[in-house]
Design a protein around this ligand. Structure first.
Ligand code: PMP
Ligand code: GLN
Length: 442
């Protein structure tokens, strides 16, 4: 009975993807694109396999070509200058990087500070390390997300602002005028600086940050990051920052934590190729950190997987170099996803959902207001069920509507059960079909 992961069970992504298969539902749950990365990238992987590159164990820290390409990406994109030999480590996706960083940088009993809602592997990795998690809540800061405003108008605060409680759920609007308006402007989720400060204890070892953030799609502002950075320096904490959505930003600008003054020396930056190149199955990730921190992470990584994704490392090196030369690559990727976001957000809004449009990432959250009105089976609610929250709603949705979404409940320690997460990294016709299924089940 002493399993460190006893409380975790099967991940929500496995559970809901299986449910999508069994029910023939459109899977807007797990975040993966339904269009693979560019043909030249797929060819690069095939070429690597055919020419015998990476079919046997690659070097434990990753192939030199990829470490150099990652360092060059950090330099060209953010003005950072990591040494590819001592400050870059290639991992099996960001998932392994997160595990190795938490395991390598904490001791049992240490506290890890993170924000909720959090990406599920954070809690599991903290538990694996025998560390304790302490969470500070993010809350939506746009007071009236249902009111469409100019799409360029950001809710991004210039400094950490007083948090606003999520506004009370309003009656969903079924008025037809909504269909002719632009989708709601993006919702920024922020933290209360006092709550964050108060959560630091003598046991705190690291802050686990995620920007752009899953599942809220928030891009933390420079001032918010500066507050976290100041706190880390004041208490001598390490910041582990998960930036896998760095190139999937539609509003606001991604600021890497390591680029803030004095932070490179205490920041562990994690990213991966899955989202940037639309190849989530390749599982090529990386860590960038100062040599002493990287050595601890490397020490763990060698016993988790030793190495991985040999031929794909060559292909991703090609991808990073080519994306650097082709100045349209990242903007095109973000442009495509932005229009998919707008399609889904506008469609769900038209159906009467209160949608919190994201600044970044693959996901939009729908605020179901804590309970689903049983009178609205259109929203997937089972007329027979009473007092259900978003988690029950999501579990009923495949059968009632043929669509899968993820209950954000699983990303919270607190009793917050009002958000359903929909992935929009899908072809427009797939999103349109999902929307008409939701409309038909009205
Ligand atoms: N971090 C976040 C915030 C994620 O959403 C995901 C899922 N893609 C990961 C890490 C895992 O990334 P990878 O697929 O590269 O392991
Ligand atoms: N990161 C993706 C998501 O949030 C996939 C996660 C996974 O399958 N582990 O949906």
């Amino acid at each position: 009975d002493a399993g460190r992961l006893d409380e975790f069970g099967t991940t929500i992504f496995a559970e809901m993807s299986a449910k999508a298969l069994v029910t023939g539902s459109i899977n807007l749950g797990q975040g993966f694109p339904d269009t693979d990365g560019p043909v030249w990238l797929l060819e690069a992987a095939a070429d690597a396999i055919r020419s015998g590159l990476g079919n046997q164990y690659p070097p434990g820290i990753g192939i030199p070509e990829l470490r150099q390409a990652v360092a060059e990406h950090q330099r060209a994109t953010y003005g950072l200058d990591p040494d590819p030999d001592t400050e870059i480590l290639i991992t099996v996706g960001a998932t392994e990087a997160i595990a190795a960083a938490v395991l390598g940088l904490t001791r049992p009993g240490d506290e890890v500070l993170t924000f909720e809602p959090y990406y599920d592997s954070y809690a599991a990795c903290i538990a694996l390390a025998g560390a304790r998690r302490r969470v500070v809540q993010l809350r939506p800061q746009l007071s009236e997300p249902t009111e469409p405003t100019e799409p360029t108008q950001l809710s991004e605060p210039t400094e950490p602002t007083e948090p606003t409680e999520p506004t009370e759920p309003t009656e969903p609007s079924h008025q037809s005028h909504q269909s002719h308006q632009s989708p709601p402007s993006a919702t920024h989720w922020g933290f209360d600086p006092d709550e964050l400060r108060a959560a630091v204890t003598a046991e705190t070892r690291l802050i686990l940050l995620n920007s752009p953030h899953n599942p809220t799609g928030t891009v933390f502002s420079r001032d918010e990051l500066q507050f976290v950075a100041d706190l880390a320096r004041e208490h001598d904490l390490i910041v582990v920052t998960d930036e896998v959505y760095e190139h999937l930003v539609y509003e606001g600008a991604h600021v890497p934590m390591a680029s803030l003054p004095g932070m490179a020396e205490r920041t562990v930056t994690i990213s991966s190729a899955g989202k940037t190149f639309s190849v989530t199955g390749w599982k090529v990730g990386w860590v960038s950190a100062p040599p002493a921190l990287l050595a601890k992470i490397r020490a763990v990584k060698q016993f988790l997987t030793y190495v991985g994704s040999g031929p794909f490392q060559y292909a991703v090196a090609t991808g990073l170099r080519r994306a650097q030369q082709d100045r349209a690559f990242y903007p095109d990727l973000a442009g495509t996803l932005r229009s998919q976001r707008d399609l889904l957000v506008a469609g769900l809004s038209e159906l009467g959902f209160r949608v919190l449009s994201p600044q970044a990432s693959y996901f939009a959250l729908v605020d179901l207001g804590g309970s689903v009105d049983p009178g609205h089976p259109a929203r997937g609610g089972d007329p027979q069920s009473r007092g259900t929250g978003a988690a029950d709603w999501c579990r009923a949705l495949p059968e009632s509507s043929g669509v899968v979404a993820i209950p954000a409940r699983v990303f919270y320690d607190s009793e917050v059960d009002r958000y359903a997460r929909f992935a929009f990294c899908k072809k427009p016709e797939v999103l349109t079909e999902a929307l008409s299924r939701l409309r038909r089940s009205r």
